[in-house]
Design a protein around this ligand. Structure first.
Ligand code: GLU
Length: 507
């Protein structure tokens, strides 16, 4: 019988979740749901020096916002807890000792100063990459080189030590990655990693492997930055004798800058105006605020959709996926090996798509508090929303355009005026204002045709008048169809705004 799928997202609470972390969580979630398995959340907080207050809450809130609820983890207790490595601390020592007993690990007593000294000495003789490994360990202070009674004495006297993995010599370690295929590494290239520290804390590698084993993880799906650690993890499984139940590995490609030149960073986001974090994050030390998708008016459906397609695509051309559709379509086989470029325009396209899924009434309900015209009727607001929404990418665009229409402009964009105002402009808009006061039918189609034939009669080009009308009505040169705008505002209000603009330009 096949073991049921069980995967985990295992962030370290060292800061906010980056888009890459969101994608790792998402792929784990999709994979679990696709296979009717379990999606766990485990907090890897063994490294207390890198602990950042608020990061764990932030991670959980981000996952929840994206709709990625974990089946087991903090705040969702189940069979396999606790879910924070700091709370699992008492479990790890026995595993480190098990390795010592079976001759797969050893005690090392070298102090930090001694290690620095060796490194310095090696550097001086041209070796910049000294490592504690299967060759150098014979010259160091450890339970392989010291007599056993001395080792015991040192341990009994409470001397600080670490437990290191005894990496075998002349062995090939094979990592079978579901995305990358087989990667073979010679054991000479792996150093004798510290597994356990004398302060009683395991290192990341030991805790990660022990927890994956104890929690029955069947697939480790994580970012490419962990690929170099995979051979060590495979070796650890072998050292414990857990090879039969070792999880399968899948390392996800990097998320790249829009130009493909390196890893996507927060700086790229700042430069190009898009967030790299799901939620706004306030750095607890510097107080610096980084923007988040949620606060920036992005739809979570858009974020999930765009993140899903960073490195994965099913064979057909479908681009818009709900979370359910993603679950249905997802497979690790279709995850690319090559890095995925973040495409800002595409991201905006997704948000626009999801904004368009909202009805006018949805938008009114969500945005009402932001509309400034207090006396506009519900019907008026709905009409205005309907008129402006097509151009909007974000809800804030709708708000801005609605407010821009509902209120007479109190200023006119300087560049707009400068580019459109000519010597005869005053005469033209004054005449148009007067003409409007004699009109009675404000329907867009009618008023459009009527204005055009009036202009033709006068022999005035549309382009010499209508941009001025737009400035008069909205303050600037952008906005929805101008005749629709006149229809929405009504003939009386439109005329007033045109006259106000004219007066302003006479000054
Ligand atoms: N704690 C690691 C991280 O922060 C997890 C690596 C893994 O998934 O094995 O990414």
């Amino acid at each position: 019988m096949n073991t049921p799928v069980c995967v985990r997202f295992a962030p370290s609470p060292t800061g906010p979740l980056h888009l890459g972390g969101v994608r790792t969580a998402l792929y784990n979630y999709l994979f679990a749901k696709k296979h009717g398995g379990q999606f766990m959340l485990r907090i890897e907080d063994t490294d207390q020096t890198r602990f950042v207050p608020g990061a764990e809450q932030y991670i959980m809130e981000s996952l929840r916002w994206c709709g990625l609820q974990w089946d087991e983890g903090p705040e969702a207790e189940g069979q396999k807890g606790p879910y924070r490595q700091s709370e699992r601390k008492p479990m790890y020592r026995q595993y480190a000792e098990q390795l010592i007993q079976s001759g797969k690990a050893y005690y090392a007593f070298d102090t930090a100063e001694e290690l620095d000294e060796v490194r310095e000495r090696m550097k001086a003789s041209g070796n910049n990459a000294w490592q504690y490994n299967s060759i150098t360990r014979v010259n160091m202070k450890n339970s392989l080189t010291l007599p056993s009674d001395e080792v015991q004495r040192r341990l009994d006297s409470g001397e600080p030590y670490v437990i290191r993995l005894l990496v075998p010599r002349n062995t090939e370690i094979k990592v079978n990655d579901l995305i990358r295929g087989v990667v073979v590494v010679k054991s000479e290239h792996i150093d004798d990693k510290v597994l356990f520290k004398s302060d009683g804390m395991p290192t990341y590698h030991l805790a990660n492997v022990v927890d994956d084993h104890l929690m029955g993880i069947t697939h480790v799906i994580r970012g490419e930055e962990w690929l170099p650690s995979a051979p060590l993890h495979v070796l650890l499984y072998a050292s414990f004798g857990w090879t039969d139940t070792m999880p399968k590995f899948a390392h996800l490609p990097l998320i790249l800058k829009p130009d493909g030149n390196g890893k996507l960073s927060k700086r790229d986001g700042d430069r190009l105006g898009f967030p790299v974090f799901p939620l706004e994050w306030k750095d607890p030390v510097s107080g610096e605020i980084s923007s988040g998708y949620r606060e920036g008016g992005w739809y979570k459906e858009a974020v999930v959709n765009l993140v899903a397609l960073l490195g994965w695509h099913p064979s057909d051309n479908q681009e818009v996926f709900s979370l359910e559709e993603l679950i249905e379509a997802f497979s690790l086989e279709k995850v690319a090996k090559a890095g995925a470029k973040f495409d800002v325009e595409k991201a905006r396209w997704f948000n626009q798509h999801y904004l368009r899924q909202q009805t006018d009434a949805d938008l009114l309900r969500d945005l009402k508090p932001h509309f400034q015209s207090l006396n506009a009727s519900e019907e008026g607001l709905l009409k205005t929303i309907a008129l402006v929404r097509d151009r909007a990418v974000f809800p804030a665009d709708v708000v801005q355009d609605v407010n821009g229409l509902l209120q007479a402009p109190n200023a006119y964009q300087k560049e707009a005026v400068e580019s459109k105002w000519k010597v005869d402009s005053g005469e033209k808009i004054e005449a148009l204002g007067a003409w409007l006061s004699g009109q009675t039918d404000s329907r867009a189609e009618f008023i459009g045709t009527a204005i055009k034939s009036w202009l033709a009669e006068k022999n005035w080009g549309i382009g010499s008048v209508m941009p001025l009308v737009r400035i008069a009505l909205t303050g600037g040169l952008t906005g929805p169809d101008i005749f629709e705008t006149i229809a929405l505002l009504g003939l009386e209000e439109s005329r007033k705004r045109i006259e106000a603009f004219h007066r302003q330009m006479q000054k």
